[in-house]
Design a protein around this ligand. Structure first.
Ligand code: C2E
Ligand code: MG
Ligand code: MG
Length: 417
C-alpha cells in the first residue's frame, strides 16, 4: 500500500484491490495520465480513506477476503458525502450475476480482468467527467434556486407594496389626500406666464408626499385612475376659474395630464363638459395632455374619446413627444393642437432632435412647447431654434396654488414695469 501520490488536476482516484500487482499496474498507468492515486489493499483501509478524503472515482475489486466489493460499495452509498462518487467494479469473473449485483448496489461500471489499459483509462475518464458535469449542474441548480427564492421575495414585496398602495389610493380619493401643484409655462419673448401645467401630488398620511411617477402606474393598473383623473379636472377647473376672476385680463389657461387608461371610459367626456359648464371656463382654456404612447396606441375607442373632447372645444397636446414611437401618418390625422418636446432632449441638449420636432410642429401649424428647461443657456438655444414657449425648473418648479398665485402677481407686475 502506498501513500497518496502528489499532484494532478485530472482527478483523484482510490484503487481498492487485495492483489499488490493489480494496485501497482493501475497506479502507474493512472499516475502517468496525471491522476492523483491512493491505494488500499483491504476494505477497512479503503473505507477509512474514502470517508476521510472523498475521491472523484473509485476502482473497486469485487473479490477480497474480508469483505467483498459489493459490501464496500453499499457502505459508500449509505453516506450522503460519498453517495455520488462513481464506483467502477473490477473482477476476474465475467459473470452476469456479478454484473447485475454490481449495478444494483450502485456501481456505475464494470471492468473485467485482465484489463485493457486503454479501456480502463477511457472509462475512468468518462465517469470523472460525468461526475464533474453532474456537480456543476447541481451547483447551477442550487444557484438558480437561491436566485429564484430572492426573486420570489422581491415579487411578493412589490406585490404587497402595490397592493397596499391600491388600498390606500381608494381611501385617498375619499379622504381628499391629493393636491394639485402648478408649473408655469412661459412665452419666451414676452416672459409672460400664459399657462400652468397641473401636476398631482399625494399626501399620504403615513408615507408623506408620494410622486405621481410612483402611484399613477398603480392607479392605471387598477382602474382607479378614472376617479382620480376626474378629480384632477374638477380641481384644475375650479382653480382656473378662481384665477380668471382674480386676473381677468391675464388670459391664463391650464393644462392637465390625462392617462391613456382614462380614454376607455366615455363618462370622462360628460364629466369635462359638466365641469366646464359649472365653472364657466372657456373650453379652449383647458388643455389636455396625453402622452405620445397613449395617442399612438391602436385603440379606436381612445381616439374617439379624444375627438369628443376636442369637439367640446378643449385643446389637445401630445406630451413627452419624441420618447415613444409615432406614426407620422397617424399624427397627420390626429386632431391635436400642440406638441410638448420630451424633456430628456432639452436636458441632454440633443438640439438636432429638438430642432426637428420644432420644425415638424411649425410645418403642421401646431404649437410647440419645450419642457425641462433648467439653464439660461438652454433657453437661449431654444429661442434660436424657433421654439417660443416652455417650462422648467429654470423658471419655476411645480408649486402650490398659493405660490402659483404669487407667481402670477409677480409676473403681472414685471410685465407692467
Ligand atoms: P409630465 O406630464 O411630463 O410632467 C413633467 C414632469 O417633469 C413633472 O414631474 C415636473 O415636475 C417635471 N419637471 C418639470 N420641469 C422640470 C425640469 O426642469 N427638470 C426636471 N428634472 N424635471 C422637471 P412630476 O410632477 O413628478 O410628474 C411626473 C409625471 O407624472 C408627469 O410627467 C405625468 O406624466 C404624470 N402626472 C402628473 N400629474 C398627473 C395627473 O394628474 N394625471 C396623470 N394621469 N398623470 C400625471
Ligand atoms: Mg405633462
Ligand atoms: Mg411631459
Amino acid at each position: 500500500m502506498n501513500d497518496r501520490q502528489d499532484s494532478s488536476s485530472s482527478g483523484y482516484i482510490v484503487i481498492v484491490d487485495d492483489r499488490p500487482e493489480t494496485l501497482q499496474m493501475l497506479s502507474i498507468m493512472l499516475l502517468k495520465q496525471g491522476y492523483k492515486v491512493r491505494q488500499a489493499n483491504n476494505p477497512q483501509i479503503a473505507l477509512k480513506r474514502i470517508f476521510s478524503d472523498p475521491p472523484d472515482a473509485i476502482l473497486l475489486d469485487i473479490n477480497m477476503p474480508e469483505m467483498n466489493g459489493f459490501e464496500v460499495c453499499s457502505q459508500i452509498k449509505a453516506r450522503p458525502e460519498t453517495r455520488d462518487i462513481p464506483v467502477i467494479f473490477m473482477s476476474a469473473l465475467d459473470s452476469v450475476a456479478d454484473k447485475l449485483e454490481a449495478f444494483s448496489v450502485g456501481g456505475v461500471d464494470y471492468i473485467s480482468k485482465p484489463f485493457q489499459l486503454a479501456e480502463v483509462l477511457a472509462r475512468v475518464d468518462t465517469h470523472i467527467k460525468l461526475r464533474r458535469s453532474q456537480i456543476h449542474l447541481q451547483e447551477q441548480a442550487k444557484l438558480l434556486q437561491a436566485q429564484n427564492a430572492l426573486l420570489q421575495g422581491e415579487i411578493c414585496e412589490l406585490f404587497s407594496t402595490e397592493h397596499d398602495l391600491y388600498e390606500d389610493l381608494k381611501l385617498a380619493v375619499k379622504q381628499n389626500e391629493f393636491e394639485l401643484y402648478y408649473q408655469p409655462l412661459i412665452e419666451f419673448d414676452s416672459e409672460k406666464i400664459y399657462c400652468f401645467e397641473t401636476l398631482i401630488r399625494w399626501h399620504h398620511p403615513q408615507r408623506g408626499m408620494i410622486s405621481p411617477l410612483d402611484f399613477i402606474p398603480v392607479a392605471e393598473a387598477t382602474g382607479i385612475i378614472g376617479e382620480i383623473g376626474k378629480w384632477v379636472i374638477s380641481e384644475a377647473c375650479r382653480q382656473l376659474s378662481v384665477w380668471t376672476q382674480q386676473f381677468p385680463d391675464h388670459g391664463l389657461s391650464l393644462s392637465v395630464n390625462v392617462s391613456g387608461k382614462q380614454l376607455i371610459d366615455s363618462s370622462l367626456v360628460k364629466h369635462v363638459k359638466q365641469v366646464l359648464a359649472e365653472t364657466s371656463i372657456e373650453p379652449h382654456k383647458l388643455k389636455i395632455e396625453i402622452t405620445e404612447s397613449a395617442v399612438m396606441l391602436d385603440q379606436n375607442i381612445g381616439l374617439d374619446i379624444l375627438r369628443q373632447l376636442k369637439n367640446l372645444g378643449t385643446q389637445l397636446y401630445i406630451d413627452d413627444f419624441g420618447s415613444g414611437y409615432s406614426s407620422l401618418n397617424r399624427l397627420y390625422d390626429f386632431p391635436f393642437d400642440g406638441l410638448k418636446i420630451d424633456q430628456s432632449f432639452v436636458r441632454q441638449e440633443k438640439w438636432v432632435l429638438v430642432n426637428a420636432i420644432t420644425m415638424l410642429a411649425i410645418t403642421l401649424d401646431k404649437d410647440v412647447i419645450a419642457e425641462g428647461i433648467e439653464t439660461a443657456a438652454q433657453l437661449e438655444t431654444l429661442k434660436i431654434l424657433a421654439c417660443k414657449n416652455g417650462q422648467g425648473f429654470y423658471f419655476s418648479r411645480p408649486v402650490t396654488a398659493k405660490a402659483a398665485t404669487n407667481l402670477i402677481n409677480e409676473n403681472i407686475k414685471s410685465l407692467e414695469s
